[in-house]
Each structure stands twice: as structure tokens, then as C-alpha cells.
Design a binder for this molecule. Sequence first.
Ligand SMILES: NC(=O)c1ccc[n+]([C@@H]2O[C@H](COP(=O)([O-])OP(=O)(O)OC[C@H]3O[C@@H](n4cnc5c(N)ncnc54)[C@H](O)[C@@H]3O)[C@@H](O)[C@H]2O)c1
Length: 291
Amino acid sequence: MNWPTGEAALVTGAASGIGFGVAHALVAAGAKVALVDIDEARLAGAEQSLRDAGGTVLALPFDISETDRWESTADRAEEALGPISILCNVAGVNGGTTADRTPLQVWRWVHGVNLDAQFASVAAFLPRFKSRGGRSHIVNTSSISGLIPMAGVAAYTSSKFASVGLSMALREELAGTDVGVSLLVPGAVATPINFNAGAAEAKLLGREMDAAVAEKNSALLLQGADPGRVGEQVVEALQQKQFMVVTHREWGPFAAHVHREIERAYEEFDGRHGPDPVATAMAAGEETISS
Ligand SMILES: NC(=O)c1ccc[n+]([C@@H]2O[C@H](COP(=O)([O-])OP(=O)(O)OC[C@H]3O[C@@H](n4cnc5c(N)ncnc54)[C@H](O)[C@@H]3O)[C@@H](O)[C@H]2O)c1
């Protein structure tokens, strides 16, 4: 059988956009899927449409940033679908604005959904993956804003850079095991994220959503990639154990510019502190951090 046929997966953000695309592609590949989202009504619609498509799916609505609910969610998913071997963290919110105009409450909400939930879901599932053995896979969703700093969305950029860091550390920690890691870095994908996250942010702050702003920010996004095709790409990536999953070539030179700045800082530095013992040990292939 072609992996992941017959496996069980859990996908967050499954009610909309890329998360729904990933869930759909997993169903098409013959996997059973637990569907997680905070929007219960939209999730029920997604569950129905995936069932209509012949899928074995189960809706588990909850707020993924409530980190202490992950263990019980994992239990419920596994009671219904059997051992989960694929965890796809897709849910995300692009709230906030410039750093000086982002309330702490919004900062914490954005990091809670985009980062803490990724950590908490891994904390719930990774020990299960390891103790059961066999092939498993974790997909975390960052953004091009996680590789290139985007002015005007400071909290989003911070949370998405952190997701890259978390995923790269995980990949190192799991090297040589049967647990694969992928990092999805979407460019523009045609989803209603500005409306969904805009409405959630307005609710958090107890005000009306500015639909005109959401519409303006969506104009280019809605000309982006098809979320269903991105979902198919994610399933291909986990089949092929591909780490970095990007959606548009045009971002390559922007990423190179960021990395070039880092390289230049080292090239131009005068070396006044002498050799770094940790870097020297790492270069020699030695373990530098004990755990
Ligand atoms: N659309 C793009 O162009 C784009 C670009 C880069 C990165 N991304 C990332 O892709 C991911 C998916 O985004 P999308 O564009 O499909 O957005 P979307 O709004 O269509 O879907 C996100 C889903 O996450 C859910 N969600 C939000 N907060 C939640 C919470 N606290 N608990 C559970 N579910 C929650 C929403 O209800 C929604 O259904 C996000 O992580 C986003 O940051 C999207």
C-alpha cells in the first residue's frame, strides 16, 4: 500500500483554505482524518463535504491555543480513527499591525495560535509516534513571512520565524528516526485568511471588523495559488519526506537577500573575540548541548 493510504492524520485549520486542502488531499490519498478548527459551523461543513467525497473523517472543534486540551484531543482522535501517524499544523492567524500598534493581547493570540499550538500538538503526538514506532510525519505551516521580515505584521512575522526555528530544531532532533518533518512556507494562496483572522481579531478586541481593510489585503492574495493544489503538494512532500515546501519561485531572491545580509555580517566582522569554542566543536562534529 502506498503511504499514507490507511494511515490516520490530524489536520488543524481544516475548516478553511490550506487546512481544508490538506485534509482533502489526505482523504484522496486514502488516509482517515481528524479535522480540527475553532470554527465549529464551518468545520461541520468541511466534515460533511469530505464524507461526501468518501472520506473517513471526524470533526474535533476546539481552540488549538488552549494548549492543555491537546492530550485529550489526541486521545479522542485516536479512539475514533486509530493511531494517528500524521500531524499537520496548518491553522494560523495573521493578526496585528506594526510592532508599536499591536496590543499585547493580539501579540499573545497570534503566537498562541501560530506557535504555541504547534509546540503543544507536537508535545502531545511525538511521544506517541516514538513509542509506537513505524513511519510518522509532522507538518508545520510557517509563511514567507517566516523567512522574510514583513513590515506591518510584526507579531505574525515573529510567530512564523519561530515556527521555522521550531521545525528546523525538530528536524535535527528527529534525524535518523522514522518521524519525518516538513515545513510548509506558503506565498500567496487564495484563501479567506484576512476575513477569518480579521473577524477573530475584532472579536478579541471587542470591536467590528474593518471589512474594507480585509478586502484590500485580500486582493492580491486571492490571485495566489489554489489551496487544494497546495494540499496535494503537502501530501506529496510527506510521501517523499521533503522538508522545505515552498509555493512560489519569486520569493527565492528575497530569501537570498536576507541570508546574504547574515553572511556579510560574518565576513565583515574583524574577529576580535578569537575563535568560538562552541562553533569550533560543532564544526568538528562534536555534540555541544547535552540533554
Ligand atoms: N493564504 C496565504 O496566502 C498564506 C500565506 C502564508 C502562510 N499562510 C499560512 O497558512 C495557514 C493556513 O492559512 P489559510 O490561508 O488557509 O487561512 P484560513 O483562514 O482560510 O484557514 C485558517 C483556519 O484556521 C482556523 N483557526 C484560526 N484560529 C484557530 C484556533 N485558535 N484554533 C483552531 N483553529 C483556528 C480558522 O478558523 C480557519 O478555518 C496559516 O498558518 C497561515 O498563516 C497562508
